[in-house]
Design a protein around this ligand. Structure first.
Ligand code: DCT
Ligand code: MG
Length: 405
C-alpha cells in the first residue's frame, strides 16, 4: 500500500487499529477477511515519500546516528537507521507515541528507543551525547571537506587533527581535490539554491550544445526530486543518436574551462562495457559513466544571466566576493542507457539502494545505472523510460518528487 493516510485517520477517529504482519496473522489463525489489510512495504521504492516530512525532529535525530555509525565504519547499523528514518518520513502525520509504530517495518528496537526518548523527554541521550562528542564534531568538520572521505577523516583525527587550521599546518599531503576542498570550504558548505542550480544548468547546456549540436541535458539528483537546496548540482548529458555522446565530456569540460567557469575538475572515462562487465558487477552503487566532479565559479546575483563568464573578479556592491564556488557533477550516458542513468542519478540514495535490493531479492534481477539484467532469463532487459524500468521490475511507478526516502 503506497498511501496510508486512512490508517492514521482511523487511529484519530478512535477505531481499533492493530498492526500485524502476515506472519502474525497466520500464527493467530485469523483470516485475512476478518481484518483490513494494510501493509507498509519494507522497501522504500514501494513507498511514496514526498518532501513534506511530518517527523523532522525524529528523522534529524535518527539521521545523526547513521552518520556516526558509518563514520565509525559500521555500515550495516548505519543503514538500519537510514531505513528507520525513511519510514518516519513517509508517515502522513507527526508521531506522538511509539505504539502505532510497532509492527511497521524497519523500526528496530534501537530506533524505537531513540524515538521514545525524544517523544518522552524531548531529546535522546544517545543523540545528544553523539552531537557533543569531540570525535563527532571533528568528523563533521573534516568530512565536510570536498575530497575527504570517512577513512581519511578518521586517520587525521587519530593523528590529532580536529579542525581546518591544524590541518593546513600539519604537513599532511593533500590531494588536488582536498586542496580545492579546503580553499572553497565555506562556499561548499553553503547550500546551493535552485536558482543557482538553474544558472549552472544554463551554462552547462550552452557549452554542451556548442560542442555537440543536439546534445541534451537533464537536471538530476535532489533538484529533480523537487528539493529547494542541495549540496551540489547534478546533470546528465546525452545525445539522441547513439555513439555521438562519445568524447562529449572532455569537450564540454575544456569549453567550460576556457570560459573560466571551472575552479576544479576531475574527469573519469566511461569504463562500462556490457560484454566485459557483465551483470555481476552492475549492481554496485558506483557506475562507470564518463563523469566530471567539479567546482564551478558562479557569479552572484545574476543567476540565469546567459552572458556571464567565470572571469569577473570584482566584489559586489555589498562587499561580497562577486562569485561563489558550487559543486557540480556531470555524467554522460549513451542514449540506450539514459533511462537507467536518469533513474540511478535521481536518487534519493536510499531509494536507489532499495530499488536495487528489490530487484535482487524479489525479482532475481540486477539493476544499475547502466542496465537491468534478468539472471533467470540470462539477458538484459531494455528500457527507454523510467516508467518502463519500474514496470519491468513489477513496481508501481513513483515520480521523482515522491522518491525522497
Ligand atoms: N547516487 C547513488 N549512490 C551513490 C551516489 C549517488 O545512488 N553512492 C545517486 C543518488 C542521488 C544522485 O546520485 C546524486 O547524488 P547526490 O548529489 O549525492 O545526492 P542528492 O540527492 O542530489 O543530494 P543533494 O541535494 O545533497 O545534492
Ligand atoms: Mg546532488
Amino acid at each position: 500500500l503506497l498511501d496510508i493516510s486512512w490508517y492514521t485517520e482511523s487511529l484519530a477517529a478512535g477505531l481499533p487499529v492493530e498492526i500485524l504482519d502476515r506472519h502474525q496473522l497466520r500464527e493467530q489463525q485469523r483470516s485475512e477477511a476478518e481484518v483490513v489489510m494494510i501493509s507498509v512495504s519494507s522497501y522504500a521504492c514501494q513507498r511514496r515519500t514526498s518532501l513534506i516530512n511530518h517527523n523532522a525532529v525524529l528523522t534529524d535525530a535518527l539521521s545523526l546516528l547513521p552518520h556516526n555509525a558509518e563514520l565509525n565504519e559500521d555500515e550495516g547499523r548505519g543503514l538500519a537507521f537510514r531505513r528507520a528514518a525513511a519510514v518516519l518520513k513517509f508517515l502522513p502525520e507527526p508521531v506522538t507515541t511509539t505504539t502505532p509504530l510497532r509492527g511497521l517495518p524497519c523500526l528496530g528496537e534501537h530506533s524505537l528507543r531513540v524515538i521514545e526518548d525524544i517523544l518522552q523527554d524531548g531529546a535522546s541521550r544517545e543523540v545528544e551525547s553523539t552531537k557533543r562528542s569531540e570525535r563527532f564534531k571533528a568528523l563533521k568538520v573534516l568530512n565536510g571537506i570536498f575530497g575527504v572521505g570517512v577513512k581519511t577523516a578518521d586517520r587525521w583525527i587519530r593523528a590529532g587533527i580536529r579542525y581546518l587550521q591544524p590541518l593546513q599546518g600539519s604537513g599532511e599531503t593533500l590531494s588536488r581535490a582536498q586542496r580545492a576542498g579546503l580553499r572553497y570550504y565555506d562556499d561548499l558548505n553553503q547550500p546551493v539554491s535552485r536558482a543557482e542550480a538553474d544558472a549552472v544548468g544554463e551554462i552547462v547546456e550552452k557549452a554542451a550544445v556548442s560542442v555537440l549540436p543536439g546534445a541534451r541535458m537533464t537536471l538530476i539528483g535532489g533538484f529533480r526530486r523537487g528539493k529547494l537546496t542541495g549540496h551540489d548540482v547534478d546533470f546528465l548529458l546525452t545525445h539522441p543518436e547513439e555513439g555521438r555522446e562519445e568524447g562529449l565530456m572532455p569537450k564540454v569540460v575544456s569549453r567550460l574551462e576556457s570560459e573560466g567557469f571551472l575552479l576544479y575538475q576531475k574527469t573519469t572515462r566511461n569504463s562500462y562495457l556490457e560484454s566485459e562487465d557483465g551483470p555481476a558487477r552492475s549492481s554496485s552503487s558506483m557506475d562507470r559513466f564518463q563523469k566530471c566532479f567539479s567546482i564551478f565559479k558562479l557569479s552572484r546575483g545574476e543567476e540565469g544571466g546567459a552572458e556571464q563568464t567565470g572571469n569577473g573578479e570584482s566584489l559586489t556592491p555589498s562587499g561580497q566576493e562577486a562569485w561563489r564556488a558550487v559543486r557540480v557533477d556531470l555524467v554522460v550516458s549513451p542514449v540506450s542507457q539514459s533511462a537507467f542513468a536518469l533513474l540511478g542519478w535521481t536518487g534519493s540514495k536510499l531509494f536507489e539502494r532499495e530499488m536495487r535490493r528489490w530487484a535482487r531479492r524479489e525479482k532475481a534481477m540486477s539493476l544499475s545505472s547502466h542496465a537491468l539484467y534478468d539472471t533467470r532469463q540470462r539477458r538484459y532487459l531494455r528500457a527507454s523510460s523510467e516508467e518502463e524500468i519500474f514496470a519491468l521490475l513489477g513496481l508501481e511507478f513513483i515520480p521523482p518528487s515522491e522518491r525522497n526516502a
